[in-house]
Design a protein around this ligand. Structure first.
Ligand SMILES: N[C@@H]1[C@@H](O)[C@H](O)[C@@H](COP(=O)(O)O)O[C@@H]1O
Length: 260
């Protein structure tokens, strides 16, 4: 696991560089997209590069991590709409190239199975962007999630609903109780994981993710078992890291030819 500590703007550039290198060398790459505030600067950077330097996603596909269950199709916080607004509509993905779990399906387990099959049919995800919840969740794999889980329905914790109430006019009662989420094993099947975390509120989760024991209590810790995982954090999110000095030193002496 590589941990990089840098200001948020630099983290976004690093993540965008990894995505750009991938898409330029493999135009039909499969990306994994995350919602939440953490990846927004990365999406801004990708949109800028699309406009200014011709970075194209025309041959690429993308899969979203998760979706609320039951939010009406036009609801602005429905993750499909969020991803459309934050990235898909700002670059040149082909129609239908960005997919997400269907939180409005009549048969939710069947929708989850179909989503797993669609990811597999696409050849799996090349690069998965991730954020992390304050309780250590990735996608919506809340504490207690099976480390071997696949896409399924989950119940959101009170903590996550409180954290996400800011997107629902600060009214927790408007935050859905259920979601569909890629499982931890689904996420682990992606070939490169790139997690972004900023701010003091993420410091404990980032410490557990990188330095804690692998445990369902902190679901993101499963990433320690991934052969190619990158954790991009600012100073505040890194404030509890025991090995911060080593991570900084490693990044400073990183060879120029070596990307993330
Ligand atoms: N389902 C999403 C996650 O994919 C996201 O990583 C996390 C952190 O969000 P943020 O980046 O806004 O802190 O919470 C949400 O609940």
């Amino acid at each position: 696991m590589e941990v990089v500590i840098a200001p948020a703007e630099e983290l976004a550039r690093l993540a965008a560089d990894a995505i750009e290198n991938l898409v330029r060398s493999k135009p039909d790459a499969v990306l994994g997209l995350a919602t939440g505030s953490s990846p927004l600067k990365v999406y801004d950077e990708l949109a800028r590069r699309h406009t200014e330097s011709g970075l194209s996603f025309a041959g690429a596909r993308a899969f979203m991590l998760d979706e609320y269950v039951g939010l009406p199709a036009e609801h602005p916080e429905r993750y499909r709409n969020v991803i459309e607004k934050e990235i898909a509509s700002r670059v040149d993905f082909a129609p239908g190239a960005v997919q997400g779990p269907d939180g409005l399906a009549d048969d939710l387990p069947a929708a989850c199975a179909a989503y797993e099959a669609a990811i597999a049919d696409a050849g799996g995800v090349d690069l998965q962007i991730l954020g992390i919840g304050t309780d250590g969740h990735i996608a919506f794999n809340e504490p207690g999630s099976s480390l071997a889980s696949r896409t399924r329905i989950k119940t959101l914790t009170q903590q996550t609903r409180e954290d996400n109430a800011r997107f629902f006019e600060d009214d927790i009662d408007r935050v859905p109780h259920h979601c569909l989420t890629q499982g931890l094993a689904t996420i682990m099947s992606a070939r490169h994981l790139v997690l972004l975390a900023t701010g003091k509120g993420k410091a404990e989760a980032v410490h557990q993710l990188t330095e804690g024991a692998v445990s369902a209590l902190w679901p993101a810790t499963i990433m320690q078992l991934h052969p190619h995982a990158t954790v991009l954090v600012d100073d505040a999110a890194a404030s509890r890291l025991q090995l911060a000095g080593y991570y900084r030193q490693t990044f400073e002496s990183k060879p120029d030819w070596q990307g993330l």
